[in-house]
Design a protein around this ligand. Structure first.
Ligand code: SF4
Ligand code: SF4
Length: 328
């Protein structure tokens, strides 16, 4: 059965929400999951839009609180203290937005497909969740929307590290033609290929898996699994058996993620906002709307096919990629 995705502009977000039965969400404290931007990133969600959505939810007697987790890499969001300091600069405060803001890194173990994940306690313990996902590019997954918001952003930094680590390349000498493609496209300059020598600087490798995806000779394979697969599984650990309303902000579509201080340039004009109760349908609709204007733009900039995360998510039962788009 086709899922419904509502497509709207800034003025009709409330009308789009009216298509959902929000009764179960009322009078409850609901985590409002969003990425509030890394230091120096210019494209993260606008406080004005977040405030608008929070206000719409509060008008419907819902008690949202902004929620995010800490990150694995060394940056301001690596610790709760650092993230809270950054939020003051980015304007995500109770005074500005109208609700509490919580950063936490406690996790609850959940197993999927034989792998262990640690879901953020705030998400795990809540029967209802509101998802605010900014759609943009990403150097490991091609693009990031709802699946990425939860698959990476809804789990502890130990789980984030495990997913990246498992996507690092294993090298098979007898299959390598020393073409140099992997070295050329590695976003972290972690590979060098000279004559008949292939070398990897493990300290520079971020585990994005882009080199594996682009080696046509199968000389590289993932240490554990493709990050787009584990990301879909990880998103499922956060979202399974929950009541969730998904909101995708398909604007300021930069090449890189909101966690990247150098995420530019913007690679597609602003599109609008999508609302759905299906995490896969909303990401597929976001991607389709972008590709209608800029075909394969994420492959062009990030050398990764972003449809893989949607396909994996659908295969593991997270949602449906078949949808009907309704303009509000
Ligand atoms: S892309 Fe593959 S074949 Fe080419 S140098 Fe890298 S590992 Fe070797
Ligand atoms: S996994 Fe990513 S960072 Fe690591 S070597 Fe491959 S392309 Fe470079």
């Amino acid at each position: 059965m086709k899922k419904v995705v509502f497509f709207t502009d800034e003025n009709k977000i409330g009308e789009a929400f009216n298509n959902f039965n929000l009764k179960g969400f009322t009078h409850k404290k609901i985590p409002f999951k969003l990425h509030m931007g890394e230091k120096d990133n210019k494209y993260f969600p606008k406080t004005k839009t977040v405030k608008k959505v929070v206000t719409i939810l509060k008008e419907r007697k819902i008690k949202p609180y902004l929620f995010d987790t800490t990150v694995m890499y060394q940056g301001q969001r690596h610790t709760k203290k650092g993230y809270y300091e950054l939020l003051k600069i980015h304007g995500f405060s109770k005074k500005n937005i109208g609700c509490d803001v919580v950063i936490d890194d406690k996790g609850i173990p959940v197993k999927i497909d034989g792998r262990d994940y640690e879901v953020a306690e705030n998400l795990y313990k809540s029967s209802h969740i509101f998802a605010f996902s900014h759609v943009k590019g990403h150097n490991a997954t091609g693009f990031g929307g709802t699946i990425k918001n939860f698959g990476m952003g809804g789990v502890t930094k130990e789980t984030k590290h495990k997913m990246h680590h498992g996507s690092r390349p294993m090298f098979q000498k007898d299959k390598c033609t020393y073409c140099g493609v992997c070295a050329e496209i590695c976003p972290f300059n972690a590979i060098t290929v000279k004559e008949n020598n292939w070398n990897q600087n493990i300290d520079k490798c971020f585990g994005c898996g882009v080199c594996v995806e682009n080696c046509i000779n199968q000389a590289l394979s993932h240490k554990d699994a493709d990050i787009q697969f584990v990301l879909a599984c990880s998103a499922k650990t956060c979202l399974q058996n929950k009541n969730v309303i998904y909101f995708n902000d398909v604007n300021r579509i930069a090449r890189g993620c909101d966690c990247d201080p150098e995420a530019g340039p913007v690679i597609c004009p602003d599109i609008g906002y999508l609302v759905s109760d299906d995490p896969v349908a909303i990401d597929k609709a976001s991607l389709d709307l972008i590709y209608d204007i800029k075909p394969n733009v994420f492959e062009k900039y990030n050398h990764v096919n972003p449809k893989k995360q949607i396909m994996h998510a659908e295969n593991i039962g997270l949602g449906s990629s078949k949808y009907e788009l309704i303009k509000v």
